[in-house]
Design a protein around this ligand. Sequence first.
Ligand SMILES: Cc1cc2nc3c(=O)[nH]c(=O)nc-3n(C[C@H](O)[C@H](O)[C@H](O)COP(=O)(O)OP(=O)(O)OC[C@H]3O[C@@H](n4cnc5c(N)ncnc54)[C@H](O)[C@@H]3O)c2cc1C
Length: 309
Amino acid sequence: MAKHAVLGALAADDTFCGEIRYDEPLSRHTTLKVGGPARVWVRADSLSALAAVLSACRDQSVPWFVMGRGSNLLVADAGYPGVVVTLGGDFKQWNYDPEAMEFTVGAAASLPRIVQEAFRQGVAGLEFAVGTPGSVGGALRMNAGTRSEWLGSRVVRVTSYKLGTGLVSRQASDVEWGYRHTSFPADEVLVECVLSVNPAEQALIRAKMEEKLTRRKRTQPLDDASCGSVFRNPEGRSAGALIEGAGLSGARVGGARISPKHANFIVNTGGASAADVKALIDQAKQKVKQHYGIELTTEVRFLGFPQQA
Ligand SMILES: Cc1cc2nc3c(=O)[nH]c(=O)nc-3n(C[C@H](O)[C@H](O)[C@H](O)COP(=O)(O)OP(=O)(O)OC[C@H]3O[C@@H](n4cnc5c(N)ncnc54)[C@H](O)[C@@H]3O)c2cc1C
């Protein structure tokens, strides 16, 4: 099928609520600044636009992938031969109900923005996420947070969109929430959630957020392009300490480097390819296995690789 034929009817439709680009470099849409082109990149600004895109993908037998802010993604240098769907417009909206003490948030809203808004409203519960980049949709899918505090524990309900079914609403208890794990089906796009917060002294919220941010700045390479932690921490261990112990702190392949500040971060020092980053991931896995007999598992999601490692 000719490249521009994919979603061609939508691209030609002036009333389409969003944007469609062909051969869009995904390095522009990932925090690692790595990744080849998407055959088609689409921003859907409304539910009807999202429905139209997914139904065109089904009719044209083209695979699709939903991307948030690309802060937990490694995209292959060859890019993605399907449609990358991202949410914007209506999905960026949010509101706060002070009586219910609940935020209703669209999946395209920025998580840091909602954390700041909770602080501004003087309500607690989201401070753990301060400094975690990404969209609310990506954070829900990944159950963003730490081993002890994560977004799932604040969720009241989540709404997703499934082609052929429409909107699906789940209470938090209908979803499995684990350390960087959720049970959302892969063929659903998360579109909105309700998060609960609780009253607290603003000074205490500020103190907790400042403490977390200070720790992040001290321990993480925040000035460099990265995708955050590459590996999950094995039970009771720190992946960064294991990689450092295996002698890989500061190791380089091409433009990618295992951060000397935090060995669970791989940074793009300029011009890194996805192959460079993947080579470091493989080295870290291999060396940690050799040294400690521990099998590291990746937290970062892969897109466009032959095998989703
Ligand atoms: C400097 C830095 C620090 C970080 N610190 C943390 C941290 O402390 N804790 C933590 O958990 N993470 C951390 N991360 C990782 C990342 O920010 C989070 O995982 C974030 O929640 C991912 O959101 P995103 O919108 O960027 O998702 P993406 O990276 O775009 O996507 C991640 C996954 O979510 C899926 N997804 C995205 N949107 C939707 C949607 N609407 N519906 C269904 N699926 C969707 C994607 O398909 C993909 O599988 C950090 C990253 C960086 C760069």
